[in-house]
Design a protein around this ligand. Structure first.
Ligand code: NAD
Ligand code: DAU
Length: 352
């Protein structure tokens, strides 16, 4: 297959590109605008592979999208390009609406034009996977799980923009009969994760003996999935998922944020040089909560398991250990980011 991956220079998109090229031997066209969150060094393992091509393009640029579709003639699209950080969306929603909503609409329209112009055989096999998040469902109380029929109830500008993009994808499937599938996944973690997100930020701060800012009282729950398990799920949904359907993706790894940060402290204490001041747990600081902070996310992935046979291969304990070790071993990847791009400052506070 030749697959057009949008956002392939980001955290999940780069894992998808590496998986498609290295493990499955498919052709990949990575289309990415290269925002602050992108990192082409995450693709170093495949950048010279003849199966891989890169196009620096904004998904809002229809003319450029038309050029990419007609010159590469993809068999499928995996659409991941997005502004992805909740805290940044609280500080400034504009880019989120532009990329996540307008950009998704532009991708759908460019795909529709491509489908109208290509041969019947290509059109029949074509699939468009819209990659989304469990945050569209809002928050859970102490019990219950998000299923594919949970009503949408987004809390942040980020999740509202993703909810809008999901509705666009489903509307384009119904109105224009396009072969679209949608996935909604829980929190990912793993190598090549930009250190504005909880897990990589805490690993690097713990390593450097810096404060570990836990929002509120640390009781908010997230359901963690190792990024390579997500990449495998996405390919299964693309190739075996039923057109017009939604599939939830999650690994049944619910943890409070405080549990996650404490475990990171123990792992960094064990795997890195000790801190003169003692245990890294002493660096934990409870700080002002995120506005609109969702209490709990948890995914019911039964549909993905029973229909497509997907199961997560990594459990949270082994995945987190691998992730901490990866950051310890890959300073050359994160050093330029913390020196030039993001120094760990607090994002997403409204005026108090
Ligand atoms: P990321 O922020 O690491 O990467 C996003 C990528 O999209 C970057 O390479 C960026 O340059 C690119 N991009 C942004 N705007 C663009 C534009 N206008 N045109 C072209 N490229 C553009 O994001 P991620 O964490 O890898 O998330 C990827 C997708 O998966 C997103 O759609 C996100 O909503 C979804 N998702 C993420 C998670 C998670 O835990 N990270 C969970 C579920 C779903
Ligand atoms: O659920 C899927 C979503 O997971 C994705 O759609 C998003 O793209 C992705 O960023 C992630 O969103 P979260 O807001 O859950 O992830 P983040 O890493 O920003 O925060 C995880 C939790 O940790 C959340 O409850 C806020 C908290 N947190 C975060 C940071 C950065 C802290 O307590 N301290 C921090 O410094």
């Amino acid at each position: 297959m030749k697959i057009l991956v949008t956002g392939g220079a980001g955290f999940i998109g780069s894992a998808v590109c590496r998986y498609l090229v290295q493990e499955l031997g498919h052709c990949v066209v990575n289309l990415d605008k290269l925002t602050y969150a992108a990192n082409l060094s995450s693709l170093a393992e495949i950048e010279n592979n003849p199966l891989y091509a890169f196009e620096k393009v904004d998904i809002c640029d229809r003319l450029e999208l038309d050029r990419v579709f007609s010159s590469h003639q993809p068999d499928a699209v995996m659409h991941l390009a997005a502004e992805s950080h909740v805290d940044r969306s609280i500080t400034g929603a504009g880019e989120f609406i532009q990329t996540n909503v307008v950009g998704t609409m532009t991708m759908l329209e460019a795909s529709r034009a491509y489908l109208a112009a290509c041969t019947q055989n290509v059109a029949k096999a074509f699939r468009f996977l819209h990659v989304s998040t469990d945050e569209v469902y809002g928050e859970l109380g102490e019990t219950g799980l998000f299923s594919e029929t949970t009503p949408y109830d987004p809390s942040s500008p980020y999740s509202a923009s993703k909810a809008a993009s999901d509705h666009l994808a489903k509307a384009w499937a119904r109105t224009y009969d396009m072969p679209i599938v949608v996935s909604n996944c829980s929190n990912n973690y793993g190598p090549f994760h930009f250190p504005e997100k909880l897990i990589p930020l805490m690993i690097l701060n713990a390593l450097h003996g810096k404060d570990l800012p836990v929002y509120g009282d640390g009781s908010n729950v997230r359901d963690w999935l190792y990024v390579d398990d997500h990449a495998r799920a996405l390919f299964m949904i693309l190739t075996k998922g039923r057109i017009g359907e939604t599939y939830n993706v999650g690994g049944q790894n619910e943890r409070t944020n405080l549990q996650v940060v404490e475990r990171i402290c123990s792992l960094v204490d064990e795997l890195a040089a000790p801190l003169a001041s003692g245990s890294r747990k002493d660096l934990i600081r409870f700080v002002q909560d995120r506005p609109g902070h969702d209490a709990r996310y948890a995914i019911d992935a039964e549909k993905l398991r029973s229909e497509l046979g997907w199961v997560a291969q990594e459990n949270f304990e082994s995945g987190l250990r691998k992730t901490v070790q990866w950051y310890l071993d890959h300073e050359a990847w994160w050093r330029p980011i913390i020196e030039h791009n993001y120094q760990g400052e607090r994002l997403g506070l409204t005026k108090t």
